[in-house]
Structures are given as C-alpha cells and as structure tokens.
Design a protein around this ligand. Structure first.
Ligand code: KIV
Length: 271
C-alpha cells in the first residue's frame, strides 16, 4: 500500500483530530533516509527520531551518550525521506535539563537544521520551564512520561513504572500539566495498561503508548525491535513483525558463499 500521493502532511492538528475521531495513531522510530522513505510510503503517521539511536544505531548501552549533533544528523536524514509523516526528534540527555534557555537553543537547532516538525522531551513538572520556553518559540513539544530511559541511572532498572500509587498519581498530574502548558501529545512508556487508559481518557491531547496497553490513542515501537533486528531485547509489550536478523545474516552468508565459490559475479553480472 502506498498512501503518500494523495495524503496531506500529518501535523499536530491531524493528530488531535485523530484522537477526537477515535482513530488510532501509528508511530515508529526511524534514524535514516532509506528507512524513513519506507515508513512514510507505508503510511506511518509519526516517525520518531528517537535517542534510542544511541542503542540501536551506535551500540551504546543507554541513550545517554548520544549528542545533539548526532541527533541532528539522524533527523536531517529522516526528513529528506519523508513527504507525509510528522517527524518528531528527541532532545538528547543533557541538552534541556540544565536551564530553559539551553533547552530553547537545543530545540531551535533541531528545527532550523533538520526541518523536523516537533521535539520530544522526557519528564514532567521538573522540566516545565524548559518546555514552556520551547513552546513559546512556536515549537511543538511532545512529552514522555513513565519509563524515561534518560533517567535509567535514577531508576536503576527497566521494570514497569508507576505501579505504586504515589508514582501513578505523579504521572497523572504530570500528564495534566503537560496538556495545560501546551504539549501536543505524550508518550507513555512501560506503565500499567489501566493507568495508560486513565490518562488517555482524562487528557485531551493524544497519548502514544509503548508498553502502556491498548487504551491509549496510538502505539510506538522501536523499529529495530519490531523488525527483529535486535535479538536480546524481548519485553512483553514487543510484537515482532519480522526476523530481519536471521534474514540479513542468511543473505550475507549466501553472498560470502557465492564470492568464495566464484559463483558471483556470473557472466551476466559483469561488463
Ligand atoms: O528513543 C526512543 O526510541 C523513544 C521511544 C521508546 C518512545 O523514546
């Protein structure tokens, strides 16, 4: 299916309308031009240039090491491949928590240098000033609550968040706050399904879940996980749609065999 030709660009308003109509929102991560073209032609609504690039593209254990320049490089590549989807870019760790001016400068660099449509920041009340200042420059902001991987050293583990009453209460308050200050949407990561559904019901802005159950307004997965390129990562919420690790490895093994056996190139494959 190619949906690009006649479909207008997805904006934050499109997403708000989708929530109003009860139409679920599809979102996947993307980090490069070629994959972005495929995702866009398939009809994905949002491509997240996630700081998970730090893990799946760069091989780091956490999202913390990736830099703003590296995120900008990935985002520029993605934007070149997209006609329809909204491109949202993660502000990486250390580029918005310090103070709101730093946050604004980081967001401005992303918007100016990549042509993306929005930025995403992890956190609630503690980064309110940063989000407000970015929004005041006319830059759409998506929030991210629940398991926020940039805080992994504080959490100490990737287990489900907000299982206890106090943390769940704080998450609900943060979601309301993000809505009030003007975020256009929120990612909720790895929280109980009941809580995800509660938040999606209480706030008017779209709630996109990853491990937040079916009661939210849309779903996001890390592309390398859902395609089965990563192997060791198998949380309960992950549905694998392919096993590209085996497929790519098999293709490469066949290529090596053909080269070694002098089967490749054959007469038709040379000049
Ligand atoms: O960086 C990322 O891929 C994300 C998703 C897990 C939502 O933030």
């Amino acid at each position: 299916m190619s949906v690009n030709q006649n479909v207008k660009r997805v904006t934050t308003h499109t997403l708000a309308e989708m929530k109003m109509k009860g139409e679920k929102i599809s979102m996947l991560t993307g980090y490069d031009f070629s994959i972005a073209q495929i995702l866009d032609n398939a009809g994905i609504d949002i491509i997240l240039v996630g700081d998970s690039a730090s893990n799946v593209m760069a091989g780091n254990e956490t999202t913390l090491p990736i830099t703003l320049n590296q995120m900008i490089y990935h985002a520029q590549s993605v934007v070149r491949g997209v006609n329809r989807a909204l491109v949202v870019v993660d502000l990486p760790f250390g580029t918005y928590q310090g103070n709101s001016l730093e946050a604004l400068n980081s967001a401005i660099r992303v918007m100016k240098e990549t042509g993306a449509g929005a930025v995403k920041l992890e956190g609630g009340g503690e980064i309110k000033e940063s989000i407000t200042r970015i929004l005041s420059a006319g830059i759409p902001v998506m929030g991210h609550l629940g398991l926020t991987p940039q805080s992994i050293h504080k959490f100490g583990t990737y287990v489900v968040r907000a299982r206890d009453e106090a943390e769940a209460q704080k998450l609900v308050e943060d979601a309301h706050l993000l809505e009030e200050i003007g975020c256009f949407g929120i990612v909720l990561e790895k929280i109980p399904a009941k809580l995800g559904a509660q938040v999606a019901k209480e706030v008017k802005i779209p709630i996109i879940g990853i491990g937040a159950g079916s009661g939210v307004d849309g779903q996001v997965l890390v592309l390398h996980d859902m395609l089965g390129i990563t192997q060791e990562f198998s949380p309960r919420f992950l549905r694998r749609y392919n096993n590209l690790y085996d497929q790519i490895k098999g293709s490469v093994e066949n290529y090596i065999k053909d080269v070694k056996s002098k089967d490749f190139p054959n007469e038709k494959e040379q000049y």
